[in-house]
Write a protein that binds this ligand. Structure first.
Ligand SMILES: [Zn+2]
Length: 601
């Protein structure tokens, strides 16, 4: 609706044109178009302070604004200086536009070499959804000032205040039309217009590469990815979720989160005046009562990726229609609750992780659909009415700001498994795909080099394929069906081998099995196999084929039969010659063949 040109284009495009949030407070109301609010007050308001050397920019603005990159990093430095025995700052990556991506490490004695569990809080992967930055700053300030000296006795903290640092500086009042504050907020995607929360398997962005390295280096026990929703209006202010047990490839972890973490978190949020709720979407945005959509993250998302790594991962989605102050305070209570739960249930969680690390399933689900059968849940909704809009010439929804309790609201979970793959013993990658090998190694997957003769390898041959009509995340994605053929004994020279019986085996299968939804293949890493690059001239083919058929009566018979039963083939001279060309030894042996070989037990 709003034109992006309402702000000067030079501000949007310039790398170092920082806007200070507080000077930008304007009389323009960016939320008059949003549904009415229910007035909120809560115990958590007492968490805000009004003075002191470590007063946050969020508090200075009375909960309305968030600092830009420069001020954020200045505050991070100030925090580290204020408590240099416990806090330190690491540069974990550099953005495409050259900004440092920083992480604060907090531990009781300034070292992670202790037996405490470690939690990773990540803010601003979508930088307009920045609640986690300002909430965690307050919590760290309270640690530094001694108000919360209980925390580092129990856990170590890794905190990334802004992951998408370039998107964060594409700052505007007009970046998120469905969101109430902060006054100016960053943009969803990075400077290359890539969405970091679709990048966990292909690793195209410096931000997600940095996160993968952090997870491999520091091995956190729990990973919290903090967002803000879009979508329907409801009463909940803090919603969160993780891979549901039915869909999880590390179900014991999801069960600990369900049975232990969730009751504690919900209770703590409710006591502080917040309204915790489930992470859900709506099946039909124009007809809420049709029910909710219970989405299951694929591996391109933080929580789908975490599930395959046996890394307990919680996706927080604060409700976009709640004011910034309420959301940030709720986030403070949430992360405080996460720390309580992690310290209390550390042994349950770590034994679930250990179990999942050593239990490789026989098959993995690679495609899911919404179940036709709904589950029923109770849900704290907001009343709405519908009206005819002249603009859309269609029925539209208007939320009216009054509570409504749904006792039996249908929710359609993605419980239908539409495709599975058998987990093989190993994958073999030819040396020319060193980019694939680099990605696997960055993910932390063990790769070895092999030479020698191998038996019982299979190769996938594409029988049918379809490219998406538009690029997605800068890639031309492709889906294909395969026939697998047994290869004769094969000499492999300087190939790479990935065994599935390793801690990250489930992730390896999702990356290397071409039918998997976020595999390298589907992201277009092997699109060159769809090209035919040598040419055949008919004056050469016809005499060659004549001789070939004379010398091979069985093939001649097959050709004749094909002509007899398939009229289209018979009447298509190109198809006839192409078929014959395919039977010759001149035909490209790599065409439509998935280059990674697979070994089953
Ligand atoms: Zn988001």
């Amino acid at each position: 609706m709003f034109s992006p040109m309402l702000r000067a284009p030079s501000v949007l495009l310039s790398t170092f044109a920082f806007i200070t949030s507080f000077s930008a407070i304007s009389a323009f109301s960016t939320d008059a178009h949003l549904p009415p609010l229910i007035k909120w007050q809560g115990q958590s308001e007492k968490l805000m302070t009004t003075s002191g050397a470590l007063l946050t920019d969020f508090e200075k603005s009375l909960g309305k604004a968030t600092p830009d990159y420069v001020n954020t990093m200045e505050y991070l430095d100030k925090l580290a200086l204020s408590n240099n025995k416990q806090f330190s700052i690491k540069i974990i990556g550099k953005s495409a536009q050259g900004r440092d991506i920083k992480m604060l490490i907090a531990s009781e004695k300034g070292t992670l070499s202790n037996n405490k569990p470690t939690v990773l809080f990540q803010a601003g992967i979508h930088s307009g959804e920045i609640d986690g930055k300002d909430a965690t700053f307050m919590l760290l300030r309270d640690i530094s000032e001694g108000k919360r000296d209980d925390i580092l006795k129990r856990v170590n903290i890794l905190f990334i205040p802004i992951l998408n640092v370039d998107g964060h500086e594409r700052s505007s009042q007009f970046n998120r039309i469905n969101q109430r504050g902060p006054i100016e907020m960053g943009f969803r995607t990075n400077a290359n217009n890539l969405n970091l929360n679709r990048d966990y398997t292909k690793l195209d962005t410096p931000g997600v590469k940095a996160i993968v390295s952090v997870v491999n280096k520091y091995n956190p026990d729990l990973y919290i990815d903090i967002h803000v929703t879009d979508g329907a209006d409801y009463q909940y202010d803090i919603t969160y979720g993780y891979m549901p047990v039915f869909a999880s490839e590390s179900p014991l972890i999801s069960k600990v989160l369900d049975d232990k973490f969730k009751p504690l978190l919900d209770n703590k949020l409710a006591k502080s005046g917040h309204i915790p709720g489930p992470l859900v979407f709506v099946m039909n945005k124009r007809d809420f009562k049709q029910g909710l959509a219970g989405w299951v993250a694929t591996p391109r998302y933080s929580n789908g990726w975490g599930d395959l790594r046996n890394l307990p991962t919680i996706l927080v989605e604060n409700h976009s229609l709640k004011p910034y102050k309420q959301r940030v305070l709720g986030t403070y209570v949430f992360i405080d609750g996460v720390i309580d739960a992690l310290s209390k249930y550390e042994s349950e969680l770590s034994s679930a992780v250990k179990h999942e690390q050593t239990h490789l399933p026989k098959e993995l689900a690679v495609q899911r659909g919404y179940s036709k059968q709904a589950d029923l849940i109770s849900f704290k909704g907001i009343k709405y009415e519908t009206f005819h809009s002249e603009l859309s010439n269609h029925k539209e929804v208007r939320y009216i700001g009054e509570k409504i309790q749904y006792d039996n609201l249908p929710i359609f979970w993605q419980k239908d498994v539409k495709a599975t793959v058998k987990v093989p013993k190993a994958y073999y990658i030819p040396s020319q795909y060193s980019n694939i090998v680099s990605n696997l190694k960055l993910q932390g997957i063990e790769v070895t080099q092999v030479n020698g003769k191998f038996n019982s390898l299979k190769q996938g041959i594409v029988t049918d394929f379809e490219f998406d009509k538009m690029p997605f995340e800068g890639r031309m994605r492709v889906s294909a069906s395969f026939d697998y053929s047994d290869l004769p004994q094969t000499q492999l020279t300087n190939w790479y081998k990935v065994e599935t019986s390793q801690v990250l085996g489930k992730l390896a299968v999702h990356l290397l099995q071409p039918e998997a939804i976020d595999s390298f293949f589907k992201w277009g890493e092997f699109n060159t196999i769809f090209q035919r690059t040598e040419y055949v001239e008919n004056y050469a083919l016809v005499p060659f084929a004549n001789e070939m058929l004379e010398n091979n009566p069985a093939l001649a018979k097959e050709f004749k039969q094909k002509l007899a039963i398939d009229n289209d083939f018979k009447n298509n001279e190109k198809a006839r010659l192409n078929w014959l060309y395919q039977q010759t030894p001149f035909y490209d042996k790599s065409y439509l063949k998935y280059p990674i070989l697979i070994e089953y037990k």
